[in-house]
Design a protein around this ligand. Structure first.
Ligand SMILES: Nc1ncnc2c1ncn2[C@@H]1O[C@H](COP(=O)(O)OP(=O)(O)OP(=O)(O)O)[C@@H](O)[C@H]1O
Length: 258
């Protein structure tokens, strides 16, 4: 289990305060909230790219940020919103960099590492791009490659920052379907999303983030509610029930009037 206990972080004029959540084995937890509410900051602070004010991230009771880098890489994989490698790597090389922490200081990746990378590219339908320069891919293709790079580590916890942001509808469903499939294998995901409908369909639990704090947390049916979403987004919404899922559509006037 991954536990975040009272995470606090400050950029100066923006603070994260008292973020507490638990992610069990095979659970998918989504951070949902307005632009600038702090979702990416929370994810980066959990992963340790930003340093929280106090020790606050524990996996199976062990302080995650204190563990050696190799062990951390086996436990958690992080996929940023975007990433530009410093060299014109091929797609396959970018995926192999996900294994960097598993190699010795002067060790080059071997056949088995490339095979593993190719397998993860296959999972995302990207084998045909393996020799293409990563920088020549579309935004959505780059995002899928970054997911493959995290998967190649075979971590127990995946931290995905807006994994569907640049993806067409089919690829959104493919990536989130993969997140669910991994969850069945015991791999947990914490991700940020912007679409309350995808959030409702693919999450076990949802944390609504507002102003650097968790405004509400629970199963989709508990928090994807008109009163909660109206409070968090400051706009009218209507929530419908369909096949057991919560579907959110804009409320009020559709011409933009409040
Ligand atoms: N490097 C930085 N230095 C200073 N302030 C920052 C930095 N990165 C983000 N912020 C500020 O922190 C706040 C939260 O940003 P964050 O990226 O976590 O929000 P978010 O909820 O992920 O937003 P979005 O949905 O737009 O991606 C914003 O006010 C932002 O301006």
């Amino acid at each position: 289990m991954l536990e975040v206990r009272g995470l606090a972080f400050s950029y100066g004029d923006f603070s994260i305060e008292g973020v507490t959540l638990e992610v069990k084995e095979g659970e998918v937890v989504t951070l949902l909230g307005p632009n600038g509410s702090g979702k990416t900051t929370i994810l980066k602070a959990i992963y340790g790219l930003l340093k929280p004010k106090e020790r606050c991230v524990f996996i199976d009771g062990r302080d995650f940020h204190e563990l050696p880098i190799r062990e951390r890489a086996k436990l958690a994989g992080y996929v940023p919103q975007s990433h530009t490698p410093p060299f014109p790597y091929t797609v396959l090389d970018v995926v192999v960099t996900g294994l960097a922490s598993q190699l010795g200081p002067f060790e080059s990746p071997g056949k088995e590492h490339y095979e593993k990378a190719l397998e993860k590219l296959g999972l995302l339908g990207l084998e045909r791009f393996k020799d293409k320069p990563y920088t020549q891919l579309s935004g959505g293709q780059m995002q899928l490659v970054l997911i493959a790079r995290a998967l190649v580590q075979e971590p127990r916890f995946l931290l995905l920052d807006e994994p569907t942001a640049h993806l067409d509808f089919k690829n959104q469903v493919k990536v989130l379907g993969m997140v669910r499939r991994l969850a069945r294998e015991g791999i947990s995901t914490i991700m940020t999303l912007h679409d309350p409908n995808l959030t409702s369909v693919y999450s076990d639990r949802v944390a609504l983030v507002k102003g650097g704090r968790i405004a509400a947390i629970g199963e989709p049916k508990e928090v994807i509610r008109e009163d909660v979403l109206e409070e968090v987004y400051g706009m009218p919404v209507s929530v419908l029930e369909f096949n057991g899922f919560r579907l959110v559509i804009p409320g009020g006037e559709l011409n933009g009037a409040d």
